[in-house]
Each structure stands twice: as C-alpha cells, then as structure tokens.
Design a protein around this ligand. Sequence first.
Ligand code: FAD
Ligand code: UQ1
Length: 441
Amino acid sequence: MAAILKCKSVIGGSGWNSRFFSTSKQRLSQSYKLVVVGGGAGGCSVAAKFSSLLPKNHVAIIEPNDTHYYQPMWTMVGGGMKKLEQSGRPMSEVLPKNARWIKERASKFFPKENRLVTASGEEINYDYLVIAMGLQLDYNKIKGLPEAFNTPGVCSNYSTLYVGNTLESLKNFKEGNAIFTFPNTPVKCAGAPQKAMYISEEYLRKHNKRDKANVMFNTSLGAIFGVKKYADALEKVVKKRNIAVNFRHELVEVKPDTKEAVFRLLDDPAGATKTFKYEMLHVTPPMSSPALLRANKELTNEAGYLEIDKSTLQHVRFPNIFGIGDCTSLPTSKTAAAIAGQNKIVFDNLRFLMDGKKLSQKYDGYTSCPLVTGYSKCILAEFDYDGKPLETLPINQAKERMTSFFMKKELMPLLYWKLMLNGWWNGPSTIRKILHLGTGR
Ligand code: FAD
Ligand code: UQ1
C-alpha cells in the first residue's frame, strides 16, 4: 500500500520521474537522467548545478541524513570558537529544490546495468551517475574506542559525537601529556589534526596551564605536511611553541583506566609499540572509502576508492559515471576546497558527454588547507597535484596571518552555504588569475 501511494505521488510530478513502474508487487523502480549518491559537499554542489540545467526532477539525490554539516567548522567548535549547531543545516534546506531527494542509503551498485538499489530495496535506474559518498570514520579500528570517548580527556574533532569533548578536555586539563594523533590512512583535511593541537596549545597558554602540559603530535606520517613550503613554516611553529613531534607513531589502543595510549612504531621491523600516559588525547581516526563502495570491485581501485580519471573525473571503466570528493581515487588532499575545484570539471565534462561532445575540462588537483595555528592566526596552504603552491593572494600565504584566519573563520562558511552548495563557487582560480595578472600563475 505504501508503495502504491508513493508511486501515485511521483506520477503526479512531471518529466523523467514519470517513467515510474512497478517491477513486482512490492518493489518500485524509478528512473532519472542523473542520480547523485551523497548529499555532502560534493554531491550537493554538483546536484545544484545540474538541477539548474535539467528540467524539474530529472536529477535525484540519494542521501539518508537529516542534517548537512559544514565539517570544516568542527575545528573551531573543538576550540570553543563556534557552536556545533552553527555547523549544521537541515538537509531539506540545502539540497536543490528542483531535484528529487531520495532519503535513503544506497546499498548496492549495478554499474553494467545503469542501476542501483537502496537499503529499502527500491531500484533506481539512471542514465548518468555521480558518486560523492565521502569517507568512513573507523574509530573501531583502535582498541578501546569508541567507548573511551565516555572517559575524561579523550576527544575528536572529526565527529559530531565527540567534538564537544575537546573543549571539555581543555577546561579540565590539570597536568600531563596532551597528545594529538594522525592515523596511518588518508584522512579528510590532513591539516585538521594539527589545527586541533595549535588551538589547544594556545588555550592552555591563555589559561596558565601551559607549563603543566607536554604537548605532542604523534603522527603515522614521516613529515609534518606534504608540501615543503608549508612544512617548513609549520616546523618553525612547533619549534617556537615547544611542541614535540613523534613521526611514524600510529595509535593502536586507548586504555582509559590507566589513561594510556599505545602507539605502534611504524619503522620498527618487529612492530614494537610505545605507551604514553595522557591527560588529553585528541584522536584523528583511521578513515576509509565507505564499505558499500569498497564492496564493488568494478567501481573501485585496489585501495577501495572510486576509480576515476584524475583529469576528467570520469570513471575509468564506466563512462556514464563520474566521481567527486573524498571517496575518489584522486591523488590530492581531500578537502571541501578541492571539491570546489572539482565541481565545475564534473559539471562541464558530464554536460559535454550528455551532448555527445569531447570531455575537455581538466582538474589540476587544486586543494587548500587553512592551517589554523591558534585563536587568531592561520597559514593558508593551497597547492596542486604536484605539491606546487597555487596561492590565491599575491602575498606569502605560508606566513601566519590574521587575514587568513578571518577568511577561514568568517568568510569560508558563507562561501560554502551561500555559493558552493548552490553550485555557484568553483574555487578561487579566477580570483587567483586576476590577482596574479602578469606573473603567469
Ligand atoms: P561528505 O561531505 O562527507 O558527504 C558525503 C555524504 O555521502 C554524506 O552526506 C553521507 O551521508 C552520504 N553517504 C554516505 N554513504 C552513503 C550511501 N550509502 N548512500 C547515500 N549517501 C551516502 N575542508 C576544507 O576545504 N577546509 C577545511 O578547513 C577543512 N577542515 C576540516 C576539518 C574537519 C575536522 C573535518 C572533519 C573536515 C574538514 N575538511 C575541510 C574536509 C571537508 O569537510 C571534506 O573534504 C568534505 O566535506 C568532503 O565532501 P564529500 O562530499 O566528499 O563528503
Ligand atoms: C574553499 O574554496 C573552500 O570551499 C568552500 C574551503 O572550504 C571550506 C576552504 O577552506 C578554502 C580555503 C577554499 C579556498 C578559497 C579561497 C578564497 C582561498
């Protein structure tokens, strides 16, 4: 009965979706010109662009969540500069009005048959598909988590559930190690683990607890940042602020009873571990491509990411599938800023494909990481696939600046909610070209 009612309500609409038909007594099948899986930063911005191009309800977005979060704000939430509520908006308000929202989880892809099935068993057919499913957080790969988040001092800016613990841990900090971790997997916003640390370090200084704190960055990586220009700047910051950096340390266990964190020493051939006492432990979890995507070997590369061409963003085996954002194989740092650089490429190339034209737009790997170094300063890293800085402003952005901090804290959220999610922000490349006129960058 529910199925029949649903069918009626959509038949009442116009356009593509009127090709609804029942494949069995229980199961409905829907068809769309374009289906977007995921209504996060990438899915929402691409769907907005196509919804203005195509007639009403020719685009469908599959997204199960009620709330859309502006995740970059969680760094500020952790430091008490913003409230968690400010980072979320109802999904119904951010998804394009011209598109149909299928409030479900996609559960299986059949790319050879141009269809997928949702968790409720509904079949969705498409002519074109954009996959924008983000990353999965794997807290449970660390022994003792997530349970230890219910104990003093354990926090994580990466989840709405635990970001509130960060300020709480700082307020309650008495004496001991404040440890900030970086996992042995790709992560979203690779700068965010150390942003949490710089803000916390300044908090402890401001509240006269710094001399009681031993601040340390225990990272699985072998360098503080992947791009030399910004790594050099950050090395000076940690030195100046007396922060210890322990490279090739991977968090493997949290023992809340004894307030100990166990790290695997990645360069030790025998796989030895080292245990640190903590008063505060900020965890950046291991992350992976969503399990459902990883399960489909036709769509993914060996590491489980959606395998797309790094220039055109078209799938390497299925020409009518494109990808955007964190769930893809693109060899660049996974950020919302990168998505701003990708969404016009996906839009143009997919539009060209629909019109039988050549895919001529090429993504250069642009990404950006506003490396907040405290409550008023920021290093604004911007770079491409080759790790070559691609700075928007005609100043040295590797320098800690209040202007960069203001952009990160106040301007970026506006840019995101007002422009990017409506499909009107394609990254700063045009601004950069104007500001760098004559310099060839
Ligand atoms: P997401 O925005 O995560 O969206 C994925 C969507 O897919 C979700 O809505 C999810 O519900 C949906 N989905 C998942 N599985 C399914 C399924 N089976 N069916 C249907 N839908 C599904 N970026 C910056 O540019 N600058 C920053 O300063 C910055 N700081 C950050 C700080 C933190 C603490 C964090 C966590 C992130 C930060 N980022 C920053 C990174 C940025 O938020 C992400 O790169 C960006 O949100 C990725 O967008 P996405 O669309 O790929 O994934
Ligand atoms: C950006 O475009 C963007 O997406 C909206 C972000 O995400 C929040 C960013 O953090 C940054 C830095 C950019 C890049 C934009 C400019 C103006 C440098």
